[in-house]
Ligand binder design. Structure first.
Ligand SMILES: [Zn+2]
Length: 217
């Protein structure tokens, strides 16, 4: 298992780590702050020394692989410097946390029958989440956007922690709402998200609706 620096400190941009294994363009380190794709959140990109990391993935044992643009010169046992594309990651963290807030408000607005159809997809541009529901009334969705922005602006702590039994199983919680399982990366304060736009996306299929979230800036 790779040590998960992105959970310890979600604001960490640079780190040093020891190379555990290299196979052509794939590198495993003893620790990393590159978030591996999961729960809909894209894998981090960045650099290991001067080599571009184009994607990051994990396996079932949480061994994290960095996928390089070209074969690297470094070998197992060497120490390398890692740097993630911070702008991209920070926007993704903000959008992803906005999706948690919008989820709670959608359930409040559209009732218990409205359920997540998938864990969504989030990158630095947009969060896309599908819900099992008949339809999202335009006015009610506008109300969700208004309430979400109110809550974000008011601010407050975003708490995340690992399950005592399963360290790779994580929770997310804000005041006033029940905790939620999530292994993504999140800012520590709600107000860091900033103003958001909540809109209907292209209908993904019968009995489903798509919600898209964007950052105003
Ligand atoms: Zn999350």
């Amino acid at each position: 298992m790779t040590e998960t620096l992105f959970w310890k400190d979600p604001y960490m941009r640079e780190f040093e780590a020891k190379v555990v294994s290299v196979s052509e363009k794939e590198v495993v380190l003893d620790r990393t702050c590159f978030f591996p794709q999961g729960g809909g959140q894209v894998g981090d990109t960045g650099f290991l020394n001067d080599v571009r990391v184009v994607d990051t993935r994990k396996d079932e044992n949480y061994s994290i692989t960095h996928f390089l643009e070209r074969e690297a010169a470094f070998k197992a046992g060497e120490v390398v410097k890692g740097r993630i594309d911070w702008e991209k990651r920070y926007r993704t963290m903000r959008l992803h946390s906005a999706a948690h807030v919008v989820y709670y408000l959608l359930i409040e607005m559209f009732g218990e029958k409205c359920k997540l159809a998938s864990s969504g997809i989030v990158n630095e541009k947009k969060d896309i989440t599908d819900y099992l529901t008949e339809s999202f009334d335009r006015e009610k969705l506008a109300e969700v956007e208004r309430k979400a922005n109110e809550l974000i602006k008011k601010g407050g702590e975003i708490r995340t922690w690992s399950d005592e039994q399963k360290p790779n199983y994580r929770y997310w919680e804000i005041d006033g709402f029940p905790k939620m399982p999530c292994g993504g990366t999140h800012p520590k304060r709600l107000e860091e998200i900033g103003e958001i736009v909540v809109q209907r996306g292209k209908k993904p299929g019968a009995g489903k609706e798509r919600v898209e979230i964007l950052l105003r800036k």
